[in-house]
Design a protein around this ligand. Structure first.
Ligand code: SAM
Ligand code: SF4
Length: 467
């Protein structure tokens, strides 16, 4: 399965293109790849056609995501035939899980590498240049794991930036492949988190999203934490909130099992924390939740939602739903539908269950036994119900003036700006590009699909810019 290593580009300059799939952890990993390789002379380019190095950063959470790897690789096979100097590397969760097998399946790949190998990318490229294809999937032990420190450069920092607080996951949700691909949970020391947030803010970011697979189980405060383990995340939020110049703070993803009232209180108490919570429920049936090994019941979840709404009445809520989980009956599914009615989420992400390798569901002999047409019908029903709820929820903003952090030009609506409300609703409105990065008041005039449409509000004779 060996092939000649690609030759170095003749002009000495190197160009990197990354095709990314999956979650925010993957988005974050892509940024680290650009940093690590940028320091070795790789410039980012917008298309694969211009690149000397193409990285496909994969996701294996659902079957559909995994299938995209093969079709992406197929596209690059032709490119490599035209320009044999091009190198193709496959990273991310599929690469971690499949390693050598992926090399066999995808001959165009020069090497594969897991998420823990990102800091070693220059050495891996060097190794490939010496000859031989290989899979670099070594997982770094918890005690040896070090987080890559991001070095944001002024002028190149987005208005909204991601900062990782955790890697891996110690939960055992039966459907989920993440613990198998990303390894044990490691919390990043709080000082590193706060310092990185401060660096991003200094370099121009206004909003920071703290990311991890289960941020509520964060335990990186250490010996000086006066509040004990369960509330470490609440303490971290308070410390990040105090970073001078930070305008907005968000976090994702939460797990209901570890979501404490103290973390909920932060929505009321912290000045920068946005009024938005993504709290994946997965199912509205306690029977299904037990079989998913989620460690909470429908009643416990609903109590958390009630508490969050009591401390922050205007909060926007979102969730993840899986339909067609092994053994899910019509009445289990009806409980998911009724939970959507009760909670009134602003938006949801919904998926048909797909069996994944190396998940606890397989060890528990939970067979993928809901017929695909039933899954499809349930998904349709969930999405149709949520569409009406989302429309109703968005309509509450029409006629009101809301604070919007402007992210820049709208990709979908040329000539318009786009930004988000504190509740994470996207807003499009007309205004000068110079408003990018500013917090402005926008009068909402309509809701279309998942987006709000508005006009930049006037304050006296001046445009209302808040920060
Ligand atoms: N860590 C997060 C959590 O605990 O909710 C999210 C993990 S996963 C990357 C994102 C979502 O994908 C999950 O919340 C779940 O709804 C969905 N998902 C994960 N495994 C799945 C599977 N085997 N089939 C269908 N959907 C799945
Ligand atoms: Fe997967 Fe559960 Fe961990 Fe989320 S909390 S990453 S769903 S195992």
């Amino acid at each position: 399965m060996d092939s000649e290593p690609p030759a170095a580009p003749p002009d000495g300059r190197r160009r990197l293109f990354v095709q990314n799939f999956g979650c925010q952890m993957n988005d974050y990993d892509v940024e680290r790849m650009h940093e690590v390789l940028g320091a070795r002379g790789y410039d980012a380019v917008a298309t694969a056609e211009e690149a000397d190095l193409i990285v496909i950063n994969t996701c294996s959470v659902r079957e559909k995501a995994e299938a995209k790897v093969a079709s992406a690789a197929g596209r690059y096979r032709e490119l490599k035939q035209q320009r044999p100097g091009v190198m193709v590397a496959i990273g991310g969760c599929v690469a971690q899980q499949e390693g050598e097998r992926l090399l066999k399946r995808i001959p165009v790949a020069d090497f594969t590498f897991g998420p823990d190998q990102i800091p070693s990318l220059p050495a891996l490229l060097e190794r490939r240049a010496q000859g031989g294809r290989f899979a670099a999937t070594e997982v770094i032990e918890v005690e040896d794991y070090r987080f890559l420190s991001a070095e944001p450069r002024p002028g190149q920092v987005p208005v909204t930036a991601l900062v990782t607080i955790q890697k891996g996951c110690d939960n055992h949700c039966a459907f989920c492949v993440v613990p198998a691909t990303r390894g044990r949970e490691v919390s990043r020391p709080w000082r590193e988190v706060v310092d990185e947030v401060a660096r991003f803010v200094q370099a121009g970011a206004r909003e920071i999203t703290l990311i991890g697979q289960n941020v509520n189980s964060y335990h990186g405060i250490g010996a000086d934490n006066p509040h004990g383990d369960g509330d470490d995340f609440a303490e971290l939020l308070a410390r990040v909130d105090a970073v001078p110049g930070l305008v907005r703070l968000r976090y994702t993803t939460s797990h209901p099992h570890d979501f404490t009232d103290k973390v909920a209180d932060a929505f009321r108490d912290l000045k920068t924390l946005c009024k938005w919570l993504h709290l994946p429920v997965q199912s509205g049936s306690s029977r299904t939740l037990k079989r998913m090994v989620r460690d909470y019941t429908r009643e416990q979840y609903l109590r958390q939602i009630e508490y969050v709404k009591s401390v922050c009445p205007d909060i926007s809520l979102s969730t993840d739903i899986i339909v067609g989980y092994p053994g899910e009956t019509d009445s289990d599914f009806a409980e998911t539908m009724s939970l959507l009615e009760i909670v009134q989420y602003d938006s949801i992400y919904s998926f048909e269950y797909s069996e994944r390798p190396d998940t606890p569901a397989l060890k528990l002999a939970l067979r993928d036994n809901v017929p695909s047409e039933v899954k499809a019908k349930r998904l349709q029903a969930v999405q149709a119900l949520q569409k009406t709820i989302t429309e109703r929820r968005l309509a509450r903003w029409v006629g009101r003036e809301v604070e919007v952090l402007v992210e820049g030009d709208s990709a979908r609506h040329p000539g318009q700006l786009c930004g988000r409300t504190t509740g994470n609703e996207m807003v499009n409105f007309a205004g000068p590009p110079s408003l990018a990065g500013r917090m402005v008041m926008v009068k909402i005039t309509a809701a279309r699909g998942h987006t709000l449409v508005g006009e930049h509000a006037q304050s006296g004779h001046r445009l209302a810019v808040i920060a």
